[in-house]
Design a protein around this ligand. Structure first.
Ligand SMILES: NC(=O)c1ccc[n+]([C@@H]2O[C@H](COP(=O)([O-])OP(=O)(O)OC[C@H]3O[C@@H](n4cnc5c(N)ncnc54)[C@H](OP(=O)(O)O)[C@@H]3O)[C@@H](O)[C@H]2O)c1
Length: 516
């Protein structure tokens, strides 16, 4: 039997990853929140799993003047605080000795010339050429100066055509509309080849999301049903329980659609609905995702009969405590029209999905933190049970839960034991934590490792971001022009406004009761 684990790193787990070439990882924005909470702990855990190359150097880049030693201490503190495994000095020692800091402005060519010298010094110390991996973990206003400076100082072209060619990892947001996404892509491709570029959507690093491809194409029982003949509707929910917290300034400039729907939710949709790729190679998978995104019909913008609604949370309860409304949060303009919740009805105009609505919703301050994809199947044909009121049939449903409790649940109907003819929905439940244990790698471990070995499967291509923005930009412009007209409200701690339900009622559907 063919051993697919040997053939492709996507399914292989570790074998190919051990081959990561000697690397110098440069983090721009090294004093930031993401570096502290995710990137440094991910590096430590890769080290603990023996997955960092033996010759590995780390350079932090930031505007503050900081000695190497201070950055090393900061890294130790962050790993101690945020790593999923307890800190062990023997694992970090080698990395710690090859950790350096470069201070300077992101738009200062001289700082990039010094960075180049630091990389060369690390190569000298480690005794070999290092693959440069540039991780841009800054706010988006400095993405372009960093990319241009990497191009100008020659670091972007390092090792081109070899296994150790320079790579760049870019964090979201990839623009805030179609024009800015295209501008960013132009800047990226002025300085790097597309194959050197790794746009991160950390949702793609989550185990369940990776498992979607195995679930769909590694089992023969689902794919024959995965189409308009058997699927009634699909619902994707990405709900957060928290409000905007201390990130009000950032969020008010973004909103639920830009922050969650346009990227994470659309990636979930693309993987759920795309056609089977020809192979598991990154380009084949990404081609299918782009094809799917292009098949989505433009959104109807009518405020009453349109395909999208938006809302802001008002005062309500979270964990039994009273919490303020969005407009009362720190850093939010008192007349802000930024949506903290949005919901969509999408139609995919292709052979597989014509007529099957895909419902998407995402919001802050919702009743629970949960991300899931629910595929609801059509009722059985014929009236054997449905014509008899003693039987209560529920729709068959396959729910792929992405967070917090990763797993897959299939709901079917069953006869209740006993002499009474009664039916009841029952669940077949697969939980990752129960089957595989709970200490699975975090998304960032997987993604940093994939980048080091040059596997782009779980990263987003430039045309994917543009396809998604092409869909949402007219709507975002329409909302901007509408001011508060059509902007609904919902109580903090609820499942969103009634208008989100109405979006589904029109077609005789309802949001599923998440968590059940
Ligand atoms: N935090 C998360 O959980 C998370 C999750 C997903 C994606 N992201 C994305 O990852 C990137 C980094 O996020 P973050 O939360 O780490 O950001 P952050 O803490 O706000 O900023 C990271 C670093 O960038 C520099 N910086 C901040 N504001 C700047 C400005 N206006 N101009 C130039 N430099 C500035 C600062 O470093 P120096 O002062 O040392 O230069 C700062 O420590 C962002 O693109 C974000 O959207 C973050």
């Amino acid at each position: 039997m063919a051993d697919h684990s040997e053939r492709h790193p996507f399914l292989s787990g570790l074998s190919k990853h051990r081959g990561a070439p000697a690397t110098c990882l440069v983090i721009f924005g090294a004093s930031g929140d993401l570096t502290a909470r995710k990137l440094l702990p991910a590096l430590f855990n890769l080290g603990a799993d023996n997955l960092l190359p033996t010759e590995f150097a780390l350079i932090g880049f930031g505007r503050k003047a900081l000695p190497d030693e201070a950055f090393r201490e900061m890294a130790l503190k962050d790993i101690g605080r945020y790593s999923r495994r307890p800190f062990r000095p023997e694992i970090w020692q080698r990395v710690g000795e090859n950790t350096f800091y470069q201070s300077g402005g992101y738009d200062e060519p001289a700082a990039f010339a010094s960075l180049k010298e630091k990389i060369e010094a690390a190569e000298k110390k480690l005794g070999r050429a290092l693959q440069p991996v540039f991780y841009i973990s800054t706010p988006p206003n400095v993405f372009e100066p960093i990319l241009e400076n990497l191009g100008k100082c020659g670091l972007a072209q390092r090792g081109l055509g070899t296994a150790a060619e320079a790579k760049v990892i870019i964090e979201k947001p990839f623009g805030r509309d179609l024009a800015s996404a295209q501008e960013l892509n132009r800047c990226i491709t002025r300085n790097f080849l597309e194959r050197q570029v790794f746009r991160i959507d950390h949702y793609l690093g989550k185990e369940t999301v990776q498992d979607l491809l195995v679930l769909r194409f590694g089992n023969s029982i689902f794919e024959p049903l995965w189409n308009r003949n058997y699927v009634d509707n699909v619902q994707i929910t990405v709900a957060e329980e928290l409000g905007v917290g201390t990130r009000g300034g950032y969020y008010d400039n973004s909103g639920a659609t830009r922050d969650m729907i346009q990227n994470h939710t659309m990636q979930l949709l693309a993987l759920t609905a795309m056609e089977p790729p020809v192979t598991l190679d990154a380009e084949d998978i990404r081609n299918e995702k782009v094809k799917l995104l292009k098949a989505i019909q433009p959104l109807r913008l009518d405020p009453d009969r349109g395909d999208a609604i938006r809302a802001q949370y008002v005062e309500g309860l979270a964990d039994g405590e009273k919490v303020p409304g969005y407009l009362q949060e720190e850093g939010i303009a008192p007349n802000s029209t930024t949506e903290t919740f949005s919901a969509f009805r999408l139609n995919i105009n292709n052979w597989r999905w014509a007529g099957v609505p895909f419902y998407l919703r995402s919001g802050k301050r919702m009743a629970r933190r949960v991300s899931e994809i629910a595929i609801q199947f059509r009722p059985p044909v014929g009236g054997l049970f449905s014509s008899d009121t003693r039987y209560e049939l529920s729709p068959n449903r396959l729910v792929i839960q992405i967070q917090p409790d990763e797993g897959v649940t299939l709901t079917t109907n069953s006869k209740v034991p006993g002499l009474e003819p009664r039916t009841q929905p029952v669940k077949m439940n697969f939980r990752y934590a129960t089957t595989y244990g709970s200490n699975t790698p975090e998304a960032y471990e997987r993604l940093i490792l994939d980048c080091m070995v040059g596997d782009r499967t779980l990263f987003i291509r430039g045309d994917e971001t543009e396809s998604s923005w092409r869909l949402f930009t007219p709507l975002l412009d329409f909302w901007k022009d509408s001011g508060r007209r059509g902007l609904e409200t919902y109580a903090a701690g609820s499942w969103g406004p009634l208008a989100a339900d109405r979006l589904l009622w029109n077609l005789g559907h309802g949001w599923r009761n998440v968590g059940r």
